[in-house]
Ligand binder design. Structure first.
Ligand code: ZN
Length: 579
């Protein structure tokens, strides 16, 4: 094979040397070094060649170097093929036609064969076909002799959110990518395999995280989170729809965020000519532990072979939604943190409440004897609730669904986690095979149901999972890794909130108050904030199905929830002030 290549190359040189005499009609008049900036870094030694007739050309060999492409010379047919990203570009000498993949495009100027080199006009680099194959946007500015190349990022944003008890860093991906995590003293480094991101940094300085540097290093992207303080816990997980890596940093003590606004920063468009060098100092082969901090990570099993880190133990959890993901967690046994009191409400900053109208789309929920669908009632109650909350400046409301659409259970809490909500309230109508059963119930999450009735309610509400499985709408999100954590962390808050809401219903709804219960509701599992599920009344009961059709009743349900939330925060505030 080698001999054959040598033979070809010799033939090629011979041929081109011979040809160069014939090609004298289009010689290079002059050439000069240009500035090349690739993803913010300069790339030396590239020239622009001026041909007779004042036209500018690039050398194929130099261009291939810039884009990390390999060249395949075909001397007999006088053309060269650039291979990159599993795609190819065929350039034929002295021909204006260029084949991008399988698509022929005619340029206004032909490529030129001079000596043993093929020269191409800049318009090739500027074409959208070239951009598709190189997965980069190329801009050639002849007046400043600047060629800038920006590789299209598959990491679309790096953001962070600060709460008193935690900082969350979200790395948004355009496609699922596997990653590894390592600890160095004072930092957490996430290496995203095949990740591409424009090099930049975010200055955080919230007392826990100093800053976040990110950029592409070779075939991976690195995100380095520099810490100002040893966190209590660091949890990293991959989420979908959209794909994102969530880095949850639990503070060892609460921080004051009253003067700081939550920050959302997207990647800037500009190039950075003086990129930060700090990423290069990260030694991923020598991770070391810092303090008591722990890291757990979730990786895509399919890409296990790409991982540098050897998993310590497998964390088996039958509740993981998507079995195709493996969870590697060397600290699975003791991730559940000690309970921690969040700071009291600061009415200066709004509480974000996610209201979840249960069911929707092809999942009607329970259906009453007269055909009333639970999904419709839930949405109506949620809208009443939103109207009430919207009149109170202390709250900001986010709905998981605004209309009759199907949303997988896991996605509902995802929405709440994503916006760093303070409360998650799921609104439902209850149902029983016994048409006589009626009344109001409110639930919070527990592995064990309060009683058999509560267990039956949970079974009914979770039954949509079967539909999700059948229709392939099952969420691949892994957010319920936080489940055990959330149960222990927010159990007191959930219980208190449920109590306040339940108490408000007694006089307003004029139906039996069946009280606060616990059961294993799937929809509450992923919530990283206090969450409750309201079963406003039994749609299976004739009288209560009829009540749901009355706006007055729906408003009364909404009022009870609103008043319960207000009293819950007032109580929290009072406790905080008494300390
Ligand atoms: Zn329901």
């Amino acid at each position: 094979m080698k001999k054959l290549s040598v033979l070809f190359f010799s033939l090629f040189m011979l041929f081109f040397t011979a040809y160069s005499y014939a090609g004298k009609k289009a010689p290079v008049v002059s050439s000069k070094v240009i500035n090349v900036i690739i993803d913010g870094e300069s790339f030396p030694g590239i020239r622009i060649y001026k041909m007779s007739g004042q036209t500018n050309y690039f050398s194929v060999r130099e261009i291939a170097k810039i884009y990390n492409a390999t060249l395949e010379w075909k001397p007999v047919s006088l053309h060269v093929t650039m291979h990159l990203n599993n795609k190819k570009i065929d350039i034929k000498a002295n021909n204006a036609g260029v084949i991008f993949g399988k698509k022929l495009k005619k340029m206004s100027l032909p490529s030129k064969l001079i000596g043993n080199e093929i020269y191409i006009p800049p318009e090739i680099l500027k074409s959208k076909e070239f951009a598709e194959i190189t997965e980069a946007d190329t801009v050639w500015n002849p007046s400043s002799s600047l060629l800038s190349i920006k590789h299209r990022a598959n990491i679309s944003a790096v953001r962070y959110f600060t709460k008193p008890g935690s900082t969350r860093v979200l790395i948004q991906l355009e496609e699922p990518l596997s990653y590894t995590v390592s600890k160095t003293s004072g930092s957490v480094v996430i290496k995203i395999l095949k990740g591409k991101v424009q090099r930049d940094f975010l200055s955080v300085n919230n007392g826990i995280v100093k800053d976040i540097f990110y950029g592409t290093e070779g075939r991976s992207a690195l995100v380095k989170i520099n810490l100002q303080q040893t966190p209590k816990l660091v949890k990293i997980l991959m989420l979908s729809k959209p794909y994102r890596i969530s880095v949850y940093i639990k503070h060892s003590k609460n921080i004051d965020i009253s003067t700081k606004k939550e920050t959302v920063i997207s990647l800037p468009e500009e190039y950075y000519t003086a990129p930060p060098e700090i990423l290069k100092e990260v030694d991923l082969t020598l991770p070391e532990k810092y303090g008591e901090a722990q890291i757990s990570e979730i990786i895509n099993d399919e890409n296990n072979k790409d991982l540098e880190k050897v998993p310590v133990a497998k964390f088996e959890d039958k509740n993981i939604i998507d079995d195709s993901f493996a969870i590697i967690d060397d600290t699975a046994e003791d991730v559940a943190p000690k309970q921690e009191k969040e700071k009291g409400p600061r009415y200066k900053c709004k509480k974000i409440i996610v209201l979840d109208a249960g069911h929707g789309g092809e999942d009607p929920g329970a259906v009453g004897p007269n055909g009333t669908k639970e999904k419709d009632i839930n949405l109506e109650i949620v809208y009443e609730l939103k109207t009430i909350f919207d009149n109170d400046d202390n709250y900001e409301i986010i709905l998981t669904r605004k209309d009759d659409t199907f949303i997988p259970l896991a996605e509902r809490t995802n929405i709440a986690n994503e916006c760093n909500a303070d409360l998650f309230i799921s609104v439902h109508c209850n149902a029983s095979f016994d048409r006589g059963v009626n009344g109001f119930e409110i639930y919070f999450l527990s592995e064990k149901a309060t009683d058999s009735e509560a267990a039956a309610t949970a079974v009914l509400e979770n039954s949509v999972l079967e539909l999700e499985r059948k229709t392939g709408k099952k969420s691949t999100s892994l957010q319920n890794v936080f489940w055990s954590l959330a149960i222990t962390e927010y159990i007191n808050e959930c219980s208190e909130l449920s109590g306040f809401i339940s108490a408000e219903t007694t006089n307003r709804l004029k139906i039996p108050n069946k009280g606060v219960k616990q059961a294993g509701f799937y929809v509450l599992r992923g919530a990283q904030m206090p969450s409750v599920l309201v079963e406003s009344a039994f749609i299976s009961n004739y009288a209560q199905e009829a009540k749901f059709s009355s706006k007055k009743f729906r408003v009364a349900v909404a009022d009870s929830i609103y008043e319960g939330v207000v009293k819950y925060y007032a109580s929290k505030n009072k406790k905080q002030n008494n300390k």
